[in-house]
Write a protein that binds this ligand. Sequence first.
Ligand code: MN
Length: 191
Amino acid sequence: EPVIDNKTLDLHYNVHYRNYTDKLNKLLKEVNYSYKYTPEYLAQNIDIIPLNERDEILFNLGGYLNHSLYFYNLTDKKKKIPDGMLDLINKYFGSFSIFKEEFINMAKEVKGSGYTFLVLDKNNKLRIINTSNQDTPYYYGFTPIMTIDVWEHAYYLKYTYDRGKYLENIFSIIDFDKVYKLYLDNVKINS
Ligand code: MN
């Protein structure tokens, strides 16, 4: 509060996120999945999963991963953006305000339900991308380090049709310490 109301966050975390997580576990159990890989690895190597089970698992795995990142990268504390993160944003987007504008404009373009992400590409370059429904950037060869959920369930109770206002406000509580940490961790993994 006041960026996002308690009821929305409660339903989003305890019902939506929980449902994806529970459904994913149920589906993985049905295919005798061994849990030897991380969810991120599984998302990048989905051929491990039998073809006829894949659609349902991809949807719920994406739902689990995307919501995990969304809740992880929000904060209730006012924080300074780390210098290293600012340097990266300046390098790839020109300035923080340009980055913010591009990110929010991309998020306004999501058709129907989906997400906007800041991702690393294969060469560890930063890009902003959208995905539909519960697709995660891992399915397209990207590593997500920041996201905003633009499904209507993420904002409709408080903002109704005003997605732009939701985006402007939710952007102000993104925790760039965590975004930068994910950047550093993943650059290490990818190189
Ligand atoms: Mn959601």
